[in-house]
Design a protein around this ligand. Sequence first.
Ligand code: PBG
Length: 327
Amino acid sequence: MSARFPAARPRRLRRTPALRRLVAETRVRPEELILPVFVKEGIDEPRPVPSMPGVVQHTRESVRKAAQEAAEAGVGGLMLFGVPEFKDERGSAADDPGGVIQRSLRDLSADLGTDIVIMADLCLDEYTSHGHCGVLTPTGEVDNDATLERYASIAVAQAAAGVQVVGPSGMMDGQVAAIRAALDQAGYTDVAILAYAAKYASAFYGPFRDAAEGAPRFGDRTGYQQDPANIREALREVELDVAEGADMVMVKPGLAYLDVVAEVARAFTVPVSAYQVSGEYAMVEAAAEKGWLDRERVILETLLCHRRAGAAQILTYWATEAARLLR
Ligand code: PBG
């Protein structure tokens, strides 16, 4: 054999679409996607989120339609975020049985049953007047243990309204154990916990704070969310959440943290989800609007890369559209 003609030719398997399909190591399926949705109390029409073109704050009615469309497209799950009309220091609307999220959970459970997995974000930032993810001490720090009591109560309220999976996202120590105990004690042993286990203090959440109206009024979240510099710390957070009873864990944000996704997926046996967050969405939409990126190709490529890194599920604002493209 002449050195001019290599024997090994990986390109042989890239020649046709059928060959490439045959040897693809990773695929994305609609049922692995989770659509985050915002439901706002006290509005008559869906409200566009300026920094997230194509995303709206839903009314109680319009979220039902969006959920139906997601289910029809084959999307695997929904993650609900509530935006209440009234906020106070302790986020009282979060566990009010008549609160915005509980009402929508009841609607969606009645509409969709178990056809799609109905999940809810479990946090306080959208509900507190100060915008922090927990209740505060007199000196203005987030009070970890007092917050756990609030989370326990929210979990039970969401379970009573029909949630199938709760997603605690506040990064308080011991939150998974507190929520598991409260759910079990109230008889909701079947409600699962998707722990936002490795959640970084990220600038990529910027647009979300428009959508969920949960920007901190003072300070920031660096005292409870993780430092982007650390990965061993992420493994420790996941380890604790799994020990406390997390059924699934999440890494967040997605694209800039795929190394974390990969490490967590290697080290643990629970399903690992990744959250492609608002800033990731906004970057692609903005560049596509300028004609600088091929929007659909970039969407599908980023989703595929999350799967390749080891994410079993992906939370993405493109879930319904991507599910349709993937069918
Ligand atoms: C907190 C929460 C946030 C996001 C999901 N849950 C915001 C934050 O921690 O500041 C961000 C999601 C996104 O950016 O898409 N309840």
